[in-house]
Ligand binder design. Sequence first.
Ligand code: SF4
Length: 330
Amino acid sequence: MSSLLKLEDVKVYFEVKRGLRRTFYVKAVDGVSLELRRGSSIVLVGESGCGKTTLGKVAVGLLKPTSGKVLYKGKDVFSLKGRERMEFRRRVQLVHQDPYTCLNPTKTVYAILAAPLKRWGLVKRREELLDKVASLLEEIGIPPEEYLFRYPHQLSGGERQRISLIRALSVDPEVIVADEAVSAVDASIRVELMDLMLKLRGKYNVSYLFITHDLAVARYFAIRSRGFIAVMYLGKILELAPEDEIIKRPLHPYTKALLAAVPVLDLEYAKTREPLPLKRLDVPSPINLPSGCRFHPRCPYAMEVCSREEPLLKEYSKGHYVACHLYDRG
Ligand code: SF4
């Protein structure tokens, strides 16, 4: 599988001024490397404020990192010019968390979906436009005859998000960065929306970088897409592995704590799960990160070395990477 999007040691530091003299740096993303290959998907999961959205913005070229590289088919995204830059913008699309704010409230569904088709010259004749928009709506289970001339405020949250999704897919992208794309909709339609994304993945041959704070959602999407899960904490990837590996054999204490916190309906199974009592529940400030392993103030297994040395993300078993001193060898 060829590489589509590659992030190499990406760092994003924001300068924060407090008073006249004091300047702090928020390390929103602190040395992340990820590779999204054609036909695969990566689910990026972590608590709110861990840097996931910042990383998503970097991946689509909206935010230039402080250091590190973002490569699209081997080329540095922030050096692309002219035609190549336009090609990148079309082939790598972002689906936002809140579809209400990213759909123009003054435009009808027809106008919203027709605009990118015209912009990228994907429909040759005007007469074809209506048919094309109608067929896009049919693909997402929305009857065009009823919805074509509705405005965003006349749609439900799920309908708005489906329109956001098909708008991104309509320009024939290779990568969709879905940032909390199902978080704003009711739990009852979350699964439906993820199933739709997965169904359209096959048709449009698209790869997803799926970002979520919810491990239950991450697990569902990763299992169905047979993708990878990357666990992010305070700007770093702590564990990365194929979905079945990380769910069945989580290595990092933080991943174990996240998995133990996912609610389950099966009471018998719930009894067999061992909770992982963290030393502290609050997440340290990204302005003042803990020394060594940034999880050590909360980790029940913390050792002396943990507050001194930052563990590197290393391959523990085939395709399973973890950043934790518990797995240091020799
Ligand atoms: Fe816990 Fe140490 Fe591993 Fe960090 S490196 S997760 S503190 S055991």
